[in-house]
Design a protein around this ligand. Sequence first.
Ligand code: UGY
Ligand code: MN
Length: 253
Amino acid sequence: MEGQPLRADYVSANRGRVRSTYILMCPDNLVENELPHLHGVVAKPLATPRALPARFGEYLLEFEPGGRSVRPVGAGFENFLYVLDGQARVRTETGAHKLESGGFVFLPDGVEFDIDSPGASRALWVKRRYERVPGVADPETVVGHVDEVTHIPDDTIGGTYAPLLPLDERFDMAMNVMRFDIGARFTMVEVHHQEHGLYMLEGQGLYYLGDDHVEVAADDFVYMAPYCPQSFYATGSTRASYLLYKDINRDGF
Ligand code: UGY
Ligand code: MN
């Protein structure tokens, strides 16, 4: 009507999606939560078993300066922490680890931890119940940095993948950093029985998920259910990379 301003605020800019085989969550979609014993820490759940059939949890933790656990956390799970920016300190009964951006630690089932952040920082926390197999030993603690692991070229993804954890059968989860030069793309559409939690670390791209082509960019998260068709095409003007959770070395029963 004449004289009335357009109500542009009615137009949704939402990119988030929930489909039967995947979920896309973008920074604007994330809701602030609190987790027990973490003070001065905003927790943004990315994946939990409430999402489709997810068998793992993944959280974005945003630490205020001095944010910390006030008693050990992680009981009953194996836990993986990856620092996105800033610095976090992780302590267990047997060790203390200072993690800078790109630093990570894997703690096997039975190892609880304390965490604190001297300044503002962000970290990803991935947890799952360990699937113990008779005759297979438990995995050990792993500490490292993304710049110190081997980035292996892989024709099927058109980029490189860097396993942050050993791929041997003691481990039932993989955490890989996948990197793609501009224009790189998968040479196949994967369909597999494992699930993924994918956190975009940098760059952007077009993800084929289920029956859709979806644009993704830094700080987006994608949950892919088992059997979700998937392939990636790096479309930005800088390198794209993501941190990928995958369940491995178990039969899915
Ligand atoms: O290992 C993988 O399944 C990996 N190539 N998948 C992915 O990046 N979507
Ligand atoms: Mn895959």
